[in-house]
Write a protein that binds this ligand. Structure first.
Ligand code: GUN
Length: 286
């Protein structure tokens, strides 16, 4: 079998077009331009690229984006002051603090400080709780993007065995929660670095989601023939980006799979735009 390639750029484009149309209508009715404030601390090259892509996508969809660049040695107090200001600014609807943070800053403390009604990343504990209970305010962008892809590709999740590799707060944990949610109805197994005989488990997956952060971790022999493989990994191998899935071997075994780049990455940005518009709409209702 040779896999069908799931084109994240195409799917992200349809989401972004929908957001752009809704944002224009929202602006026409309310006079409000949905606005994202992005906070970028330090000069991590990957973070610079991500934030630039997010800003560009906002502008293209007719959303406003305001970038706050802070030096790597910013103090906790100064950062908290900025977040407090953004929380109170009625012209800002969504706030995104780009991760990872410099080591001297405690990311839990920083993310907790973002107002939960502006937390378009969906990282605030209140939003994590609401998501887990199946009454989400903002869904976290990457797992939400994966769910959108599965829907667009008409991958049946009901009753399917979904195996998630990785248990991060950003991807693995919320991914498992969304897949098991009523409506999605998958049976979910979460694997991680301490899982015994991981291949025996991944080979049972109808849907395999790799979010482990290790280049080419998932090889073809770990995949059940015909499985759908979603690669959330973005790893650097010299000058090239590679996923958590060994593309060449997986391609021979899976029925459908996402490429890196051009798979999950563009979906994350599309869902961020959707959350920013949602935040603006909720700010009017509140
Ligand atoms: N760093 C890696 N992924 C993300 C994300 O989804 N949001 C933020 N804020 N930072 C990230």
């Amino acid at each position: 079998m040779v896999a069908r390639v799931i084109d994240g750029k195409v799917i992200a484009e349809t989401v972004k077009n929908r957001v752009a149309a809704e944002a224009a209508e929202f602006q026409r009715v309310t006079g409000i331009t949905a606005t994202l404030a992005a906070v970028l601390i330090g000069d991590d090259p990957a973070s610079q690229v991500y934030v630039r892509n997010k800003e560009r996508a906002c502008h293209k969809a007719g959303l406003r984006s305001v970038l706050h660049r802070l030096p790597a040695d910013i103090s906790r107090m100064e950062l908290m002051d900025l977040i407090a200001k953004l929380n109170q600014d009625p012209s800002v609807h969504g706030i995104l603090v780009q991760l990872p943070l410099p080591k001297h800053l405690d990311s839990a403390m920083v993310l907790d400080a973002v107002s939960p009604v502006k937390d378009v990343d969906g990282f605030h504990p209140q939003n994590v709780g609401l998501m887990l209970q199946g009454r989400p305010r903002f869904l976290p962008c990457t797992p939400h993007g994966v769910m959108e892809m599965l829907k667009y590709e008409q991958v049946a999740t009901v009753g399917a065995h979904a195996v998630v590799i990785g248990r991060s707060d950003i991807v693995g944990k919320p991914m498992a929660a969304l897949l098991m949610q009523k409506g999605a109805d998958a049976t979910v197994t979460v694997c991680h670095s301490r899982t015994r005989d991981i291949a025996a488990i991944t080979r049972q997956a109808d849907i395999l989601i790799a979010a482990v952060g290790i280049p080419r971790f998932v090889t073809g022999d770990m995949i059940r023939p015909g499985a759908v493989v979603i690669d959330v990994g973005i790893n650097r191998d010299g000058d090239t980006l590679v996923g958590d899935v060994d593309y060449e071997s997986a391609f021979q075994t899976a029925s459908a799979m996402t490429p890196v780049p051009g798979g999950v990455g563009p979906m994350t940005i599309a869902m961020l735009l959707q959350n920013t518009l949602l935040a603006a709409m909720q700010s009017v209702k509140a």
